[in-house]
Design a protein around this ligand. Structure first.
Ligand code: 5MM
Length: 342
């Protein structure tokens, strides 16, 4: 495999493929395990990740996997590091490098993502361990009065500093400014805020001399808040999302890989498909970097039991296959039925 940044970015959005976000921190994965009564230990988290990463055939649709530090330092049951296990199967190893969203001083209820101190050395270590790309997530909340300009600019600045350091250390940065779907806001408000955030992020990226050709953007889709009283159709989401991206994402960026953000897994697939089916020109590849929308059915099927390993893997394979088709605009409802029937 060619290891220059442009080739890695292109490989991550290769035709019909997207990214598996499996970079939950220990508290987040523990929350997901708790909901199903699965005990969260270093060993059970390792077994879960091994189940996902060894899913036969998943590499047909999954180009890369984002891991958390704990997973990066663990080994599979056959004694191989997960970075090497993924590479051997044709999936690029990636790593989450932010240290989390912390309360933003001077603001009530907003957060800024931290992790810049010592980042150069951590990136270098991850690269030596086999990582080829990295991820940093900023979270932006919508209310009647938020986000504040201070929150948007602090997060944009941090994302850009992170991305510049990644490129210096030969890792492709995935830049993830997530406008949360929590709240009662309309799709119109989500489009306004997402546009403003993307504008600030790209301004900061250019200021920090980030090479846009050597990065990927991981944005939210433009959707209504989860408590919004007005239902929004799949087609409306596709129109608003593509309009917003065309206005604010430079054509030099090779790929846009959406987060799922708490959407139902089938809905996240339908949205991605509808966006890719839109007739308007799209200068970038558009695919997925889903966490929950890829993992939820697999986690439920596996349920922490060795005897369910294959069921968990089949569930992951199925969602990866559907989303791979959606990244080409070729997903159909029949794909769900066919697979559910075996
Ligand atoms: C998989 O979850 C990632 C890590 O979350 P925490 O830092 O809260 O543990 C998260 O960054 C994820 O990569 C993105 O939000 C996309 O995941 P979803 O579930 O929104 O598709």
């Amino acid at each position: 495999m060619n290891h220059d940044l442009g080739s890695i970015a292109a490989a991550l959005v290769a035709k019909g493929k997207g990214i598996l976000a499996a970079d939950e921190t220990v508290p987040t994965l523990t929350k997901r395990f708790d909901a199903l009564g699965i005990q969260s230990t270093e060993q059970s988290r390792c077994a879960y990740r091994e189940m996902l990463f060894t899913s036969v055939g998943a590499a047909e649709f999954i180009s890369g996997v984002i891991m958390y530090d704990e997973t990066m330092r663990q080994k599979s049951s056959s004694g191989v590091s997960f970075a090497h296990l993924l590479s051997d199967q044709g999936m690029l190893p990636g790593i989450k490098v932010d240290t989390g969203a912390k309360p933003l001083a001077g603001s009530s209820g907003e957060k800024v993502t931290e992790g810049l101190d010592g980042l150069r050395d951590r990136l270098s270590e991850y690269r030596d361990m086999g990582a080829r790309f990295a991820k940093w997530r900023a979270v932006i909340r919508i209310t009647n009065t938020l986000p504040s300009a201070a929150c948007v600019s602090a997060n944009a600045h941090a994302l850009a500093r992170y991305a510049a350091l990644c490129q210096e250390q030969h890792l492709v940065p995935i830049v993830e400014p997530e406008v949360l779907m929590d709240g009662s806001h309309t799709i119109v408000r989500c489009e306004d805020v997402t546009g403003m955030v993307l504008h600030a992020v790209f301004r900061a990226l250019v200021e920090q001399r980030v090479v846009l050709e050597h990065m990927l953007l991981k944005p939210n889709m433009v959707i209504a808040g989860d408590e919004c009283s007005r239902p929004v159709k799949v087609q409306e989401v596709a129109v608003a999302t593509l309009r917003c991206l065309r206005r604010h994402v430079p054509a030099a960026v090779p790929g846009i890989v959406f987060l799922s953000g708490g959407q139902d897994d089938l809905v996240a697939t339908a949205h991605l498909n509808a966006i890719n089916r839109m007739p308007r020109p799209k200068p970038w590849k558009i695919s997925f970097s889903y966490g929950r929308a890829l993992q939820d059915p697999a986690l439920k099927a596996w349920h922490g039991r060795d005897e369910n390993l294959k069921l968990g893997q089949q569930a992951l394979y199925h969602r990866a296959r559907c989303n791979g088709a959606a990244s080409l605009g070729l997903y159909t409802d029949e794909m769900e039925a066919v697979s559910a029937g075996g």
